[in-house]
Design a protein around this ligand. Structure first.
Ligand code: BGC
Length: 441
């Protein structure tokens, strides 16, 4: 049997990613909590992973013992600024403690400033729909960065603006004040303006900072490459879903299915690109689906599908995403800010991890500047409208007791982090079914 290994450069960041509302518990003062209490989600976030109650300590221990040298977490705006005119210094102190906790465990912090949740007071004034949000976000960011800068230099302004806007304002699975594609695009334009303002504010406060955002990047292919309608639809969907932020950051003009919007201040406002990659969509033209611009995105029947069919395991997609990033932004550092799969039984996750990390390794060996990988996620957490029906954790969570149980993937990921690479022994031990793919003779 082949014996080989795929090693990463020294200093590569290995971590997991989490988001405040999904792990903290009792985030009663944001729009998601309200949305949950009114029956829009599969269960409620409740105590979540009880990080606000202090269980971040044991979970950070798990991460550190598992060889992780970094962690991506987010701060909850509604805790820090519970009303428009108050700051909660205790909440900021709580985050300082957590970040100190990471430092004490030898882990680099990456802090996300907005990950899907908004304070109720902001939501009640229709939040990101109007430009009024821009100075409000900047003010919040200045406060947070001022308070946390001792412990963090790596910032992510906004997580997945495209998912936030399209899930809320078009699909209706996330809370949103009004609905419509035009509003989703206006929301992204305001997020771009707020991101640009935050980018400058952070650099002003902390010149050595590195600031970016996390893009949910969705590679897509046409069902039939010979069908002009499928190809056309693939391009519409691809640009509509992926390109608002990247286009504006490249050129200062936001591309949108409804036309272009000039946002000159956004140009060049990233020091790294955060890529969230999960899967690849196949797209076909579908006259019966006006809600999705007459397109249908799906996974072919022969895909390697996750338990709830939410994700198809397509590891080459992460390589293609990185390649796209390098072509769009030559020489810009890239962080994989999320990648993972829901799999309560941990049947697919080991091969998903091994195959995706192998593709990241390939990218690194093309000299593509990938500097880190953050697995989604450390512990099962509250999956938005899907609630607790999907389990993304390396560790399983028992909601009743708060007990964590290690999945085999946690051991595999720990071996990868400690080795700074993936070896044939690991693949043989955790996912022998893909051995020949990863280590061909
Ligand atoms: C989001 C996470 C979410 C994950 C898995 C990403 O789109 O940033 O908050 O939990 O996907 O669904």
């Amino acid at each position: 049997m082949v014996q080989a290994s795929y090693h990463f450069p020294r200093g590569f960041l290995w971590g997991t990613a989490t988001a405040a509302h999904q792990v903290e518990g009792n985030n009663t003062n944001n729009q998601w909590w309200q949305w949950e209490q009114t029956g829009h989600t599969n269960g409620t976030s409740g105590l979540a992973c009880d990080w606000w109650g202090g269980r971040w300590r044991e979970d950070f221990d798990r991460a550190a013992e598992g060889g992780q040298n970094a962690h991506r977490m987010s701060v909850e705006w509604s805790r820090i600024q519970p009303t428009p005119d108050t700051w909660d210094e205790d909440a900021l102190e709580h985050y300082r403690l957590m970040l100190r906790g990471l430092r004490e465990r030898g882990m680099t912090a990456l802090v996300t400033l907005h990950h899907f949740s908004d304070p109720l007071w902001l939501y009640e004034q229709c939040g990101w729909e109007t430009e009024a949000v821009i100075p409000l976000f900047e003010k919040f960011v200045r406060k947070v960065v001022g308070a946390l800068k001792e412990y963090c230099t790596l910032w992510c302004t906004i997580n997945e603006p495209n998912v936030y806007a399209l899930s809320g304002y078009v699909a209706g699975t996330f809370p949103a004040c009004n609905k419509g594609l035009n509003i989703a695009m206006r929301v992204q334009a305001n997020m771009l303006r707020a991101h640009a303002a935050a980018y400058r504010a952070i650099h002003e406060i902390q010149p050595e900072s590195r600031v970016g955002y996390a893009l949910h990047y969705r590679p897509m292919k046409a069902k039939n490459a010979w069908s002009p309608l499928d190809v056309w639809m693939r391009n519409i969907q691809y640009n509509g879903i992926n390109m608002a932020f990247p286009s504006a950051i490249s050129t200062g003009v936001m591309k949108s299915p409804l036309g272009s919007v000039r946002i000159p201040e956004a140009k060049g406002t990233q020091d790294y690109l955060g890529l969230n990659y999960y899967s690849v969509d196949t797209v076909k033209f579908d006259i019966t689906n006006p809600n999705e611009m007459f397109g249908r995105r799906y996974y072919p029947a022969d895909s390697d599908l996750s338990t709830t069919k939410f994700i198809a395991n397509i590891p080459e997609g992460i390589f293609d995403s990185i390649k796209w990033a390098v072509r769009t932004y030559p020489n810009l550092p890239i962080l994989i800010t999320e990648n993972g799969v829901e799999d309560a039984e941990d049947k697919m996750r080991p091969r998903y991890i091994a195959q995706h990390i192998h593709q990241v390794w390939r990218a690194v060996n093309f000299n593509f500047p990938v500097k880190g990988y953050f697995h989604w996620s450390l512990v099962d957490n509250f999956e938005w409208e899907r609630g607790w029906t999907q389990r993304f954790g390396l560790w399983a969570l028992d909601l009743e007791t708060q007990k964590r149980t290690k999945r085999p993937s946690a051991d595999l990921y720990a071996e990868i982090c400690k080795e700074n690479g993936l070896t044939s022994e690991m693949v043989q031990k955790y996912c022998p079914e893909v051995f020949d793919k990863l280590f061909p003779v």
